[in-house]
Write a protein that binds this ligand. Structure first.
Ligand code: NAD
Length: 327
C-alpha cells in the first residue's frame, strides 16, 4: 500500500513542487491537506480529488490522529511554525517530514526530536539535495576533499513576505538558503565542523534591518580542508565547487529544484524529481524501521551550526562548535 501524505501549509513550495512530486513518487500519494484558507482547501480537494474528511484546518488538525488514510504529515509552513505542527503531528501518531530549517532554534529542534521519539514516529527534514545524483556523487569525495566553496542567494523582491520577518523566518538568508551551503559542507566532507567564522554585509541596509542580507562564512574541520560560503537575499548566486585530489568539481546551478549543473557540471546525470526521491526514501525508512539519512538530528546539528555562525558574525571572532554537536 502507498503511504498517505498530508501537506500542512499550501503555499508555493507545496503547490508548485511537492504536490507535483507526489504524483511522481512510487510509494506515497497526496491523501490530505491542512490549511487555514477555506478557498485553498476547496481548490485542493477538487484538484486532487481528496476525501472531505481528509481536509483539515489548523484548529481541527489534531483530529488527524483518527485518520487511517494519513501516514505522513509534511510540514511546509513558515519556519517559526514548524515546531508546533511537528509536535502536534507526533502527538497524533503520524510520521513527520518537516521543511528546512527544522526549527528556528536548536532548542526547538530538540523538542521536536523528543516528541517524535516519545510518540514512536519517524522525523525527517526536507533536505531534497541528498537525493540528487550530482550531490550524491560529491558525497563520495569525503576525506579526499581539499577545498570547498558554495554560494546560494537571490534577490528577494517581495519585502512583505514572511521571509523578511524575523519572528516567522528566524533569521535571513542563512536560515532560508545559506543552510544548503552548510549542508553541502557536511555531506561533501562527511564531517561536522568544529568551528566557524562569519562576516555580515548589507548592500541594502534600508531593507534588511533586523535580519541578515548577505553573509559570508567559513567552516573549519578537524583536518585540513579550506571552505568558504556566501548566502544572500540580495545577490543572485547558485554555485558549488570542490577540489578533491587536485581535481575541480563545479556545479552551476548547484541548489535548484531542476536543471542542476545546467550551466556547468563535472558529469551528466538524468534529471529526476528530488522531492519524489526524498519522499520515497522516507516511505522506505518507515516500512523498514530505519533512521532517515536526513534525520531530525541532522536538522538539529544544522541549527547548532547556524547559531554558531550568527554568534561568530556578531562577535567577529571564531566560535567553536565541537562541544555543541549531537555526535
Ligand atoms: P509560502 O509563503 O509560499 O507559503 C507559506 C504558507 O504558510 C502559505 O500557504 C501561508 O498561507 C501559510 N501560512 C500560515 N501562517 C502563516 C503566517 N503567519 N505567515 C505567512 N504564511 C502563513 O512559503 P514557501 O516557500 O512554501 O515555504 C514554506 C516552507 O517550506 C518554509 O519552511 C521554507 O523554508 C520551505 N521551503 C523549502 C524549499 C526546499 O527546497 N526544500 C523550498 C521552498 C520553501
Amino acid at each position: 500500500k502507498k503511504l498517505g501524505v498530508a501537506l500542512v501549509g499550501l503555499g508555493r513550495y507545496s503547490t508548485n513542487e511537492l504536490a507535483v512530486a507526489l504524483q511522481a513518487t512510487q510509494s506515497c500519494y497526496l491523501a490530505g491537506v491542512v490549511s487555514g484558507t477555506p478557498e485553498k482547501r476547496d481548490f485542493w480537494a477538487d484538484q486532487y480529488n481528496l476525501k472531505p474528511e481528509n481536509i483539515y484546518d489548523y484548529d481541527n488538525f489534531d483530529r488527524i490522529a483518527d485518520n487511517k488514510d494519513i501516514d505522513i504529515v509534511y510540514v511546509v509552513l513558515p519556519n517559526s511554525m514548524h515546531a508546533e505542527f511537528v509536535i502536534r503531528a507526533a502527538q497524533a501518531g503520524k510520521h513527520v517530514i518537516c521543511e528546512k530549517p527544522l526549527g528556528i532554534s536548536s532548542a526547538e529542534c530538540l523538542q521536536m526530536i523528543n516528541a517524535c521519539k516519545k510518540h514512536g514516529v519517524k522525523l525527517s527534514v526536507g533536505y531534497r539535495l541528498h537525493f540528487d545524483p550530482y550531490h550524491q556523487y560529491l558525497m563520495q569525495l569525503s576525506d579526499k576533499v581539499q577545498y570547498l566553496e558554495a554560494s546560494n542567494g537571490y534577490t528577494l523582491k517581495d519585502h512583505s513576505e514572511w521571509r523578511m520577518d524575523k519572528s516567522l523566518a528566524g533569521g535571513g538568508a542563512l536560515m532560508n538558503i545559506g543552510i544548503y551551503c552548510l549542508q553541502s559542507a557536511c555531506y561533501v566532507t562527511g564531517k561536522t565542523p568544529i568551528s566557524v567564522t562569519a562576516q555580515a554585509t548589507k548592500t541594502r541596509p534600508d531593507l534588511f534591518k533586523d535580519i541578515e542580507e548577505t553573509l559570508s562564512f567559513q567552516l573549519q574541520f578537524d583536518r585540513g580542508v579550506s571552505t568558504n560560503f556566501v548566502t544572500s537575499h540580495q545577490l543572485p548566486m547558485n554555485r558549488l565547487m570542490a577540489i578533491s585530489e587536485g581535481r575541480e568539481y563545479t556545479l552551476s546551478p548547484a541548489f535548484s529544484y531542476r536543471g542542476i549543473g545546467k550551466k556547468y557540471a563535472f558529469e551528466q546525470y538524468k534529471e529526476l524529481s528530488q522531492q519524489a526521491a526524498q519522499m520515497d526514501d522516507f516511505a522506505t525508512v518507515i516500512r523498514k524501521n530505519k533512521v532517515s539519512s536526513v534525520s531530525g538530528e541532522m536538522g538539529l546539528r544544522d541549527l547548532r551550526i547556524i547559531e554558531a555562525i550568527y554568534e561568530a558574525a556578531d562577535a567577529r571572532k571564531p566560535i567553536s562548535i565541537s562541544d555543541k554537536l549531537y555526535t
